[in-house]
Design a protein around this ligand. Structure first.
Ligand code: NAP
Length: 482
């Protein structure tokens, strides 16, 4: 049977989906992208210092290795250019309908009926939602924010018209984003204030530039570059994936020791060192990896504020100790709503059931790719999948391979509709929740990994199990109709 496929979103996962669908012979396909460029998170996030803390030779598609990465951890604009280049070279860009935000996606009469914000309609057989995990900014309602006389914005909506050099800049948050901003801005500003609610575990990393000779070597030796990619991917998985699901693992203890050494050796002022010392298990929140955060926060023009934010006033931030921190620019590096998968698109499955309804009591997906009652609708990096300190590209590649095998059931004429059964989904979810009790995410910290009930919205099993599950679908877990 011939199938028309729609991909939602032209970020890392959407580009990947199109390339792999076309390779597999699905040529009738369209991508709906709300913005005017590809890139997803790398398009949206343009804050100073943006980089990827997964090594670039691992944070690359396995089929599009890049010998030209400038650094071990390359900056965001370079990553954005990489995705743009891949999309252009693989004929993805021409399949994208830019400026078309999908508003609804409804399953009727065996097909998906799509509508975009501009009124465009389409009817397709398969939908792949590649809408990202961290997309919707979390903007706390700080009292008095509307009275602030300076410039104020969220880190993912950076206002590049606002001057920073020689000004007083404040950043709220100490996640990966805030730490990268700190490294980039401390030396540019007249005064830099970091508002920390929770101290972080900070893993030291080196970020050397690749020399011209090294890049030449990568170009001349694609097999060596592949070996490097595979080695780094494996090393990252080994380093983090077991540590997070077993709080007693030696690897987690090693990570903690390495972070503590970093703190002890690099922060000289005992008072500052104590304020920067985390009081929960490492990797409970996503680990910070930084070559120089501790050095930068000790700069004479930098200040770490640990008193709680009480309110925002016209001149700056008033903390609970009564101090007014005067600022020209205030950045909310306060993270994202990780529970907003696929939104704001309304997705209605079989019998008119709304995805929001299915997810009312918590996000649910079979192996993070599909939902019962939503036939031929798949997600990349969907709910409860592997997330953490490794490459989401690896995960998405495994998921695309899995989805293609499900699509083969339709193409081969063995069914017209495929969706996971409720039984398989509920059983796996019960098992996933049970396994969550041994993970580091539930050891007593607040993080975007946890859902509103405090259950980690992530893969709580081994990474090897995820690879095994993705290698070949268990068709008994699926309902095949038609
Ligand atoms: P985040 O990790 O969720 O951190 C948000 C920060 O804002 C936290 O420090 C949080 O404090 C603080 N915060 C939130 N609400 C607050 C409030 N009302 N008052 C005071 N502080 C508040 O967000 P992020 O730094 O944007 O990073 C999100 C994720 O994006 C990362 O975990 C990572 O997966 C990804 N990321 C990756 C890279 C990379 O290099 N690969 C770079 C940037 C981001 P608490 O800790 O107390 O909650």
């Amino acid at each position: 049977m011939s199938m028309r496929c729609a991909v939602i979103g032209a970020g890392m996962a959407g580009i990947l989906a199109v390339i792999k669908l076309r390779e597999a012979g699905y040529d009738d396909l369209v991508v709906y992208e709300k913005a005017d460029r590809v890139g997803g998170t790398w398009r949206e996030n343009t804050y100073p210092g943006i980089a990827c803390d997964v090594p670039s030779h691992a944070y690359s598609y396995s089929f599009e290795l890049n010998p030209d990465w400038s650094h071990r951890f390359s900056p965001g604009p370079e990553i954005q250019a990489y995705f743009q280049g891949v999309a252009d070279r693989h004929g993805v860009t021409e399949r994208i309908r830019f400026g078309e935000e999908l508003t609804s996606c409804a399953f009727r009469d065996g097909r998906w009926h799509l509508r975009t914000a501009t009124g465009t309609t389409d009817v397709v057989d398969v939908v792949i939602a590649a809408t990202g995990v961290l997309h919707h900014p979390n903007i706390p309602a700080f009292e008095g924010i509307e009275t602030f006389e300076g410039a104020w914005f969220h880190s993912s909506r950076w206002d590049h018209s606002v001057p920073l050099d020689g000004r007083r800049v404040g950043v709220i948050g100490t996640g990966s984003t805030a730490v990268q901003i700190t490294s980039a801005l401390v030396e540019r500003t007249a005064h830099f204030t970091l508002f920390q609610r929770t101290a972080q575990w900070v893993l030291p990393i080196d970020n050397p530039a690749f020399s011209d000779a090294e890049r030449e070597d990568f170009r001349a030796d694609p097999a060596g570059t592949r070996t490097l990619h595979d080695h780094l991917s494996r090393a990252f998985r080994d380093a983090f994936s077991h540590a997070v699901i077993d709080v007693n693992s030696p690897r987690l203890a090693e990570i903690e020791a390495e972070c503590l050494r970093n703190l002890e050796q690099n922060v000289t002022d005992p008072d500052l060192r104590e304020r920067l010392r985390p009081t929960y298990r490492a990797a409970c929140k996503r680990l910070i990896a930084s070559p120089d955060f501790y050095q930068k926060i000790q700069h004479p023009d930098a200040e770490l504020v640990t008193a709680a934010i009480e309110r925002i006033e016209p001149k700056g931030v008033r903390t609970a100790d009564g101090v007014l921190h005067e600022l020209d620019v205030l950045v909310s590096a306060t993270g994202f709503r990780a529970d907003r998968f696929v939104r704001p698109t309304t997705v209605t499955g079989r019998d008119g059931v709304d995805l929001d309804e299915v997810w009312r009591d918590g996000l649910l997906a079979y192996l993070s790719v599909a939902v019962p009652g939503f036939p031929n609708f798949f997600m990349l990096n969907g709910p409860n999948g592997p997330i953490g300190n490794f490459s989401l590209i690896d995960i998405a590649e495994l998921q695309v391979g899995y989805i293609l095998q499900l699509l083969e059931e339709i193409r081969a004429g063995r069914c017209r509709e495929i969706s996971p059964t409720w039984e398989a989904t509920r059983n796996l979810e019960a098992e996933r929740r049970e396994a969550a009790v041994g993970t580091v995410w539930v050891t007593g910290c607040r993080s975007w990994y946890l859902d509103r009930d405090g259950i980690p919205a992530s893969w709580t099993f081994t990474f090897d199990r995820f690879c095994d599950e993705m290698a070949a679908p268990k068709l008994e877990a699926y309902e095949l109709i038609g």
